[in-house]
Design a protein around this ligand. Structure first.
Ligand code: ADP
Ligand code: MG
Length: 233
């Protein structure tokens, strides 16, 4: 067990948004073990979404290393980072990032197109996508709807199904319950945690809502792991 690399490790990472934007983030040391569930709390503007972008490899650190399952994003090309993310990380972005003109089904199956190992874990992609959206409380016939026509709460659940399909070893979720009512939120969290338990999926979830803390193995405050640099305007 001690030889198992952390699923996620950040070491001496610094990131500054390019251009004139006076915001920089520094993370000396942050790691997640396989199957660990962590809630990341922090005030608005504290860099939570920036940190998740670093963890997903959608932005790259200017110094230090960000590794997922032992692979440092800096060792990959841009296309390699995209493939690596599709294979290893289920991402629920704060703005969902669905393809608005694609169907719900297209959106849910999208990561599998770039991730042969993840695809191989799904026997019947269409049936699995339907099952996932049903288990998130949406009608299965919604799969043919265009994602752009859905309500915000429905889009959030489609984004969740896209993150869950094919059991990636790490799920990263940026305030994924913000547009859900209490009942849907509970269903969604149940599904996330049951996947985590069944498949040893590590889960890093950002939220404003400290009441969610009891569901998680560990709660981390942004101010405890990150140093923020902000120029005074
Ligand atoms: P949080 O998710 O905790 O609210 P963010 O990571 O979204 O915080 O934002 C932290 C700061 O980073 C913002 O105040 C802004 O200055 C900067 N920032 C975030 N996203 C961008 C971006 N796409 N381009 C430039 N600056 C950004
Ligand atoms: Mg954010």
């Amino acid at each position: 067990m001690s030889d198992t690399p952390p699923i996620l490790a950040l070491r001496d990472v610094t990131y500054r948004w390019p251009g004139a934007v006076p915001f920089g983030l520094g993370v000396a040391n942050f790691a997640l073990q396989p199957a660990e569930t962590v809630l990341l709390l922090g005030e608005s503007g504290s860099g939570k979404s920036t940190l998740l972008s670093l963890i997903c490899g959608t932005v790259t650190a200017q110094a230090g290393s960000v590794s997922v399952q032992g692979t440092d994003f800096a060792s990959l090309s841009a296309a390699g980072r995209d493939r690596f993310r599709a294979e290893h990380i289920g991402v629920i972005f704060q703005q969902f990032n669905l393809l608005p003109f694609g169907s719900v089904l297209d959106n849910i199956l999208l990561p599998l197109r770039f991730a042969p190992d993840r695809r191989a874990r799904v026997d019947d992609p269409n049936a699995t996508a339907k099952r996932l959206i049903e288990s998130l409380g949406l009608p299965s016939n919604l799969t043919t709807a265009r994602a752009g026509t859905l309500s915000v709460g429905q889009q959030q659940r489609v984004a969740a199904a896209r993150a869950l399909i094919g059991q990636p070893p790490l799920i990263v979720a940026d305030e994924p319950t913000s547009a859900l009512d209490a009942a849907t939120q509970a269903t969604f969290l149940d599904l996330l945690f049951s996947q985590s338990r069944a498949h040893d999926t590590a889960l890093l979830m950002v939220s404003h809502d400290a009441r969610l803390a009891s569901h998680f193995d560990r709660v981390v405050e942004m101010s405890d792991i990150a140093k923020i640099e902000r120029a005074v305007a």
